[in-house]
Write a protein that binds this ligand. Sequence first.
Ligand SMILES: [Ca+2]
Length: 462
Amino acid sequence: MGAGQPNILFIMSDDHASQAISCYNKRLIDTPDIDRIANEGIRFDNVYCTNALCAPSRATILTGKYSHINGVRGLSDKFDGQQQTFPKLLQQNGYETAIVGKWHLGHGGNSDPTGFDYWNVFPGQGKYYNPNMIEMGKQMTVEGYATDVITDYALNWLNSRNKEQPFMMMVHHKAPHRPWQPPEKYVTLFEDMEIEEPVTFHDDYQNRAQAAMMADMRIEDLTENDIKGTPPENLSLQQLKKWKYQRYIKDYLRCVVSIDDNVGRLLNYLDEQNLSENTVVIYTSDQGFFLGEHGWYDKRFMFEESLRMPFVMRYPKEIQPESTSSEMVINNDFAPTILDYARVKFDKTMQGESIRPIAKGAAPANWRESIYYRYWEHLTTHNVVAHYGIRTDKYKLIYYYGDPLDVKGAVPKKVRPEWELFDLEQDPLELRNIYNDPFYINIVKELKQELRRLRVKYQDTV
Ligand SMILES: [Ca+2]
């Protein structure tokens, strides 16, 4: 193995909110295998995606760059695989590389996975049952449940890899993405219990920008396909919402239990092969998700539940067990971090920093104190207004600029621009927009200055 380069196992699920991982929050579910990574390594508590949507987050993770630089601002944009990515750099520097599962960055032309010695991915969103897969360009249908199938292929590849080289494998689950279809063995799990609703379940969207009221992602609007059944007749709107929530959250959690099982399979394999010591294991999700908070499902907004990504990492050689960090991390940091562990240099056009020193125990001097976010897909599915903003440890300032700009797929309709400010200490649930409160005039001024600085720094001044 070249110059002490560790193996890297990057496991990412789709739409897995940290509220549904027990090392972050014990309210909903027990996830012993994901927790094991945190217990034997580090749990990062403030990791944020910079555009809370599947394809954009994936493009940012591969390139270390913001959406407007890597070209994937929304779901209609295809990824240009000719650009620099961390898997390519690893491949050029002694690693054998692979990706299995969800790709979701387009296919054909320049959009097939590049930088991988082996790839076997779903076309588009992928299916839960008997999924179609494209293995190195060849289409096939595989019998089984997606999360198990992906892990099977991952284990097969690990077994057949070239053991003279370090490996980097990305295992990308479709679950627990909509339509939340669980494996057959778990379809009745949680059936006899009532899952507690989140405290903001009955949010009425008052005292906020119109964007929240406009959004079309309320629990009561979940379709029969989503909840796999027909609601009882004569329910009031409130009763219907509560009924649908139980159906929704239970299926979501059933999918998560299966992910956790399959994370366990990979961890066990590393143990059996004596690979645990020399492998960096990461578990994350492409962004967070609303699990009934604010009365919603889905993501897109810069609000905490969708902005926040789970991120746990284990590397016994460097990371103390049961470590935690509250430093602000963004998904642009993943590529520089992995390259840092692999001892591979990268050019500074990547818009992130390595968090390896933080995981080792000390944040570099002048570590960031604010993060920049931008959601570009104006008024598409779920009718969310495009916005950008800044989050510090105490405040969040969001600007709904109300213009579709030239983003592919965006609806060409302008809406009234609006600002939102939340005091995250006083109002962690983000229920009260205080942008117009005179008490915060100076805070707003400072945050706008910092927002401008970040927009210039990241070359996003449109
Ligand atoms: Ca996603």
